[in-house]
Design a protein around this ligand. Sequence first.
Ligand SMILES: [Zn+2]
Length: 455
Amino acid sequence: MRKIEHRALFCRLILLAFIFGIVLFLVRYVRDSEKWYEQSYNKHLYSDNGELKTGTVTDRNGVILSSVKDGVRVYSPNFDIRVATLHTVGDSAGKIRTGALSNLREYLVAYKRSSGANAINDEGNKVSLTIDAEACSAAYKAMNGLFGCACVYNYKTGEILCLVSSPSYDPNNIPEDIEWSDSYTGAYINRFFSSTFTPGSVFKTLTLQAALSELPDASARLYECTGSVKIGDNYVSCPKAHGTQTLQEAYANSCNCTFAALAAEIGGDKMASYVDKAGLSSSRRIFTFANAKGSFELAAATKYQLGWAGVGLHHDLVNPCSLLMYIGAVANGGKSAVPTFLKNVTASNGTNLKTPETEYTGTLVDAGTAAIMRGYMEYNVSHVYGTDRFPNVRMGAKSGTVEQKTGKSNGWFAGYLNSEEHPYAFVVFLEHGGAGSGAPADVAAAALQALISVP
Ligand SMILES: [Zn+2]
């Protein structure tokens, strides 16, 4: 009898373990199956080289940027659009980590728990991006083969309307020399999100903000520029003597002497606090990645170094995406929306599956100071850069030109439209593009014209 009792107990234990296992599996199936589905070992979803075999990516107007035909991922039939949108769409192999194919793959897969693998087809879900393919194409062409990046976004909604990074390449015909040729240095990197560059004079915008906030008489003073000024133990220079100027004129003239002296007067600790508050020294999470952090040496700098740091040189490094949010905040009264490239996700039957909510920055600039800064930035356009390239819009901007030991200078052009209808901020950076008010401003004009001339 004892033997039979033992065996019955043993059977009950086995049964309990079996039931426990089934329950655990069901719980994990309900909780985790969508994650299991995304894994690249699922061969009905991914090809042998890790290419996602389902889902369609379009621009904001429904132009197809990437889709799957007979199990193979293809890109836009238009060469210019393919190349210009590559860094936002992403590549099949996932080397461009900041692209939609890497970041939004959970939305591309039309997964249903009930039908599992049977629900998979070429079409999948449709992920609509916020970019305008034609504007991207126009900006990329205007970059004329130079390395760099350009972005236009809506500072109220966060929607990125135009985003290009160069060098790019044709994803339908990947160049054989992409891994070693100088023509493709950093081709897998979206410079807008993932790189930092010396800002040069666009950084005078931050020094202007600090001066307006910290020095009550800053805008009432006159500033004398003789072409150089002693700051600490050495001289900071301008390309020429700008003479006697108001603060507005010194900003429009991009006078190094004035802004270096202002930064030295404000002090390293205070300058660092404005940089931190402006978000230029931190990064933000955007989908599954974070944009690159800028870096500065302000608090520990000597007076002379702080002078050069105040005009965007010394060790200053800025990420274009952080700069765009900052310019957007100046335009928008202190806060701006965080950039995004996801417009919405729809199922093949048209059902809306996801519309992301707008995320906002904290207060990057005090509202009153931002209003004064807008006046200065708009004066730059009306009195220095000219309105010919930017007709029918009120615009504020600041250029930056960073001399290089070899070749032409690197150039920046950053600004915004003062427009209810088109509340856009933009940043363009071109390596060896010459003066910021030249080629970089032309790229901004090409992108903006494509965006605001749409009937
Ligand atoms: Zn000067």
